[in-house]
Design a protein around this ligand. Structure first.
Ligand SMILES: [Zn+2]
Length: 79
C-alpha cells in the first residue's frame, strides 16, 4: 500500500497521514502498554475505503517484540 496502489481494489487512490503526523499530534495510536502508546501512520484508499496502519517509529517495533506475544503461524490455515 505504501507504493500508492490499493491491495484490495488496485486503485491508485492511496492517501497517507504520514506527512501531517507531527501537525496532528499523532491522532492515531495503538497502546503498547498501559503507560505508552505507539503512533501510527495510516494509509487509506479513497476508492474502496481500505485502511492499512504502520508503526510510525521503527524503534518501537523492538518494544512490541518485548511486550506483546507472538502469533504462532498456523500451518494448516494460512491467513
Ligand atoms: Zn481500494
Amino acid at each position: 500500500m505504501k507504493n500508492g496502489v490499493c491491495p484490495r481494489c488496485h486503485a491508485q487512490t492511496v492517501y497517507s497521514s504520514e506527512k501531517i503526523r507531527n501537525k496532528t499530534g499523532n491522532a492515531s495510536t495503538i497502546p503498547l502498554s498501559f503507560l505508552r502508546s505507539i503512533p501510527l501512520d495510516n494509509y487509506v484508499c479513497t476508492n474502496c475505503g481500505y485502511v492499512e496502519s504502520y508503526v510510525a517509529e521503527p524503534e518501537m517495533l523492538v518494544h512490541i517484540k518485548d511486550i506483546w506475544s507472538r502469533v504462532e503461524p498456523d500451518q494448516t490455515n494460512p491467513q
